[in-house]
Design a protein around this ligand. Structure first.
Ligand SMILES: C[S@@+](CC[C@H](N)C(=O)[O-])C[C@H]1O[C@@H](n2cnc3c(N)ncnc32)[C@H](O)[C@@H]1O
Length: 216
């Protein structure tokens, strides 16, 4: 595992509970306001993923960098037949398994604690998603190419914008913690997708992200 991967894994292992709290509706008005401003994109991404993957019934889906499993669980609740989430932060996977159990969808969700792509085999999926993942990836193209090989129909991927009003503060926060962060200009995303062999896609400007919905 590279130095960047080690730092990212340590960060999310330690930060898992705080990260998952973004999805928790039970919080005070001030925390809710701040979360909406800074991290509202996290929940907006989930809404767009659900909309673009509809109908979910019977589908198989791979979620790369699944974190606390909120997307996987929503896919299963929407009727997906099988969902596989992979994340190398063990604390994230622990939360995902617990929430899937509580939501009654654990039988259709598999959570793998390991690095993508090494920890995932050759199983093919109808769709694959990677949200808030490429923010932490030094070389996205080979990973996207591997996602493409494992996907039959649809891939959804977010890339954080390099030019955006929240960027200076976000960069500072990550710099202070020593956690790597990768941000993208539109031209870079287009080049990465071309390098990965992804050519047919919708381009969505979603808050602080570019959201790509690729049709294979
Ligand atoms: C910001 S979280 C996003 C979680 C989830 N997709 C969501 O939107 O709620 C990014 C996750 O990617 C994981 N991650 C980063 N690089 C990874 C890799 N190469 N293999 C597996 N997981 C990785 C981190 O551990 C972290 O939990």
């Amino acid at each position: 595992m590279s130095r960047v991967e080690q730092k990212v894994r340590e960060h999310f292992h330690a930060d898992a509970r705080r990260f998952d709290a973004i999805y928790d509706e039970r919080k005070g008005p001030l925390t809710r306001l701040i979360d909406n401003w800074w991290r509202g994109v996290v929940r907006k991404r989930l809404e767009v993923n659900l909309e673009k993957l509809a109908p979910l019934a019977g589908k198989t889906i791979l979620d790369v960098g699944c974190g606390s499993g909120r997307f996987c669980i929503a896919y299963a609740q929407g009727g997906a037949a099988r969902v596989v989430g992979v994340d190398f932060a063990a604390a994230m996977i622990d939360i995902a398994r617990q929430i899937a159990q509580e939501a009654g969808v654990a039988d259709r969700c598999e959570f793998i604690a390991g690095a993508f792509p090494e920890a995932v085999g050759d199983e093919q999926f109808d769709a694959s998603t990677a949200n808030g993942f490429f923010d932490y990836i030094e070389q996205p193209a080979p990973l996207i190419a591997r996602m493409r090989e494992l996907t039959r129909a649809t891939m959804i991927m977010s890339f954080p914008k390099a030019v955006e009003w929240r960027v200076p503060v976000r960069r500072l926060r990550f710099w202070v913690k020593g956690t790597p962060l990768f941000l993208y200009r539109a031209a870079q995303v287009k080049q990465i997708l071309a390098d990965a062999g992804v050519h047919n896609y919708e381009w969505i400007n979603l808050d602080r992200d570019y959201l790509i919905v690729a049709h294979l």
